[in-house]
Each structure stands twice: as C-alpha cells, then as structure tokens.
Design a protein around this ligand. Structure first.
Ligand SMILES: O=c1[nH]c(=O)c2[nH]c(=O)[nH]c2[nH]1
Length: 323
C-alpha cells in the first residue's frame, strides 16, 4: 500500500440544462421540454492534476452547445436523436474529448382536447397540459475512443415516476414464515408502485458529422416500424403501453412476478432492446384496524379504508436480458 494517489477517472459537464423548443408547422406547433445533462471524458487530467484549464471546454459553453443544437438540430423532437447529436457534436468538435454522456429527460406536454357538441374532439394546435408526472428519459454514451470516424452510440432509455395503483388483482402468499414474520398472507390487496423502467438498445455506429457538425441521418420507416434507437418513440410508446397493460391485466402473485412479465414482453416486442431493468417500490396501503369499533376492516373482502404509508416501502428491482 502506498500513500500516493492518482486520478483514476474524470468527467465533467453541465447538469439540469432546461430547454423548451417550438417547432412551427404552419398553424400547428410541436413542442418539447427537456432537462439535459452533458458530461465529457477525454484528455482532461491536467485540469485536475496541474490546474491547467487549457484543456477545459467550459461547462457554460456546453450549455450553449445544447441551446445551439436545440435551435439547429433536425433531431430535436426525438430525445434519443437529440442526445446522440449533442454527444457526437462534443466529441467531434473537440479533438481531445473521446466520450460524452448525455441524458435527456422529457417532460409531458399533451394537447388540450376541445370538446364541441356534435363534433369530434379536436386537439388544440398550440395549447397543452401536463398529463402525467412521469418522464421519459434517454441516457446516451457516445464513444469515440476508436476515432472520430468510428463513433459508437450506446443508448439506454426509459420512464421514471409512472405512478400506478390497482385495488384488486394482487396477492402475496407462500412467502417464508419464521420468528420474524408478522405480515399476514393475503389473496387480495392493493398494489401501488411508482415505476422506474430502463431499456438498453443494441449499440450502433453514428456516421461522422458533416463539416457544419450537423448530423444528417434520415429516419426511415423501418426505424419507426422496427423500433431502433434512432426512432425511440416507437419503443417508448410500446414500453409504456406494455407496462400499464400488464400491470392492469396481470393477476399479480407478487411485485417480482409482475415485473418479470412486463420485462419479458418488452424484450419480445422490441427487437433492438437487449436488456430491461425495472425498479418498483411497493407502496404499501395498510387496512385500518377497526376491531375496537366492532367493525371488520381487516379481512381482504371487507378492507375498504386504508392508510397509504409514505415509508417504509418495499423495493423490488430486476434486470431481464435477451438470450
Ligand atoms: O410483492 C411483494 N413482494 C415482496 O417481496 C414483499 N414483501 C412484503 O413484505 N410484501 C411483499 N410484496
């Protein structure tokens, strides 16, 4: 053992860059709101070890690159493509930067439905409401360590904070009973969780950027149909639908068993997704004990009044991978 130390890893960048973009398509607008994180890695050791800032792209400049690409990138409406574009731009513009890690979190803005008697519901062209607290995100690693002409993108996307609850169709029985067990077995209970889900796409090569550092890559109908990372909307829509429908339809034996079914379906339905991870807090709802009032609120079929517990919660997580 030596008393000396060395810099074993370094990366830096800008976090929590908030950006909103309008794309005007005639009278109809499309809007996105993102929280972006951009971190870079490369030949930057001396900025830590020698106080030498000559290798430092200021994090303020990185923020400006994010705004610049929010204005100029043809990919801005797709979190995955926008993130790949930001990361590829950083490692292509600066010779000494070899990797970029970009996270784009997308907030929900849905068109406000306008209901007029006897007319089909119309979605307003430029007014929106927040239709859920869940966020879609993508985390992209841009790896240019093999050269600026051989850039590999590793894309992981997912959903955070998707809060769900079902008031029946969930049981928890046959678990280990010993001297520590106080939990009673139930064949009918409330199941509520705040879903965190991430899925890993098969890595792909990013074409070298043009002279103006713009990423000119077409999205084909195959991308949309097959659900490549290049058209992440397809998989994002699939993953949300599978997660919600499986949660609703499964006669759940446990959080673990329902989680596994969701993940298996995502892998089976999305051929460019190789790995799925769910993290599910089990948000407990405890029936109030009303025995002292002479009221049965405890037997599962009679349990009607519950205390939603803030803490503690279970925490069930698993990663399911393609064979
Ligand atoms: O679905 C569940 N899985 C558990 O592992 C567990 N543990 C517990 O106390 N309740 C539950 N519920």
């Amino acid at each position: 053992m030596s008393d000396e130390s060395y810099l074993s890893r370094a990366h830096y960048g800008k976090d929590k860059v908030r950006v909103f973009r309008i794309v005007r398509e005639g009278a109809a607008h499309r809007v996105v709101e993102y929280n972006v994180t951009a971190l870079v890695e490369g030949d930057i050791d001396v900025s830590y070890t020698q106080a030498d800032n000559s290798v430092v792209v200021a994090t303020d400049s990185m923020k400006n690159i994010i705004y610049y690409l929010a204005k100029t990138s043809p990919h801005v409406l797709s979190p995955e493509r926008f993130a790949v574009h930001i990361g590829t731009h950083l490692v292509s513009k600066y010779e000494h930067l070899h990797k970029a890690f970009i996270t784009v979190e997308k907030l929900r803005w849905a068109r406000i439905p306008i209901v007029n008697d006897f007319e089909p519901v119309k979605l307003h062209p430029h007014s929106y409401f927040r239709d859920g607290d869940d966020k879609r995100f993508t985390s992209v690693e841009i790896d240019a360590t093999l050269g600026k002409d051989s850039i590999i993108a590793k894309v992981t996307s997912g959903i955070k904070d998707l809060l769900v609850l079902k008031s029946t169709g969930s049981a928890f029985e046959n678990f280990i009973r010993d001297e520590y067990t106080t939990l009673v077995e139930v064949n009918d209970r409330i199941f509520s969780t705040s879903i965190d889900l991430s899925y890993v796409y098969r890595p792909f090569a990013v074409p070298p950027l043009k002279d103006d550092l713009l990423l000119e890559l077409e999205v084909t109908s195959e991308d949309a149909k097959e659900g490549t990372a290049w058209e992440g909307d397809t998989v994002a829509d699939n993953a949300r639908k599978i997660t919600l429908e499986t949660f609703a339809l499964d006669e759940s034996a446990s959080v673990q068993a329902t989680l596994y079914k969701m993940a298996q379906k995502i892998i089976a339905t999305n051929k460019f997704v190789d790995q799925v991870t769910y993290t599910l807090p089990n948000k407990h709802y405890v029936p109030v004990d009303m025995k002292y009032m002479g009221i049965d609120n405890q037997t599962p079929s009679e349990a009607e009044v519950f205390v939603p517990l803030t803490a503690p919660s279970g925490l069930i997580s698993a990663t399911i991978s393609r064979h």
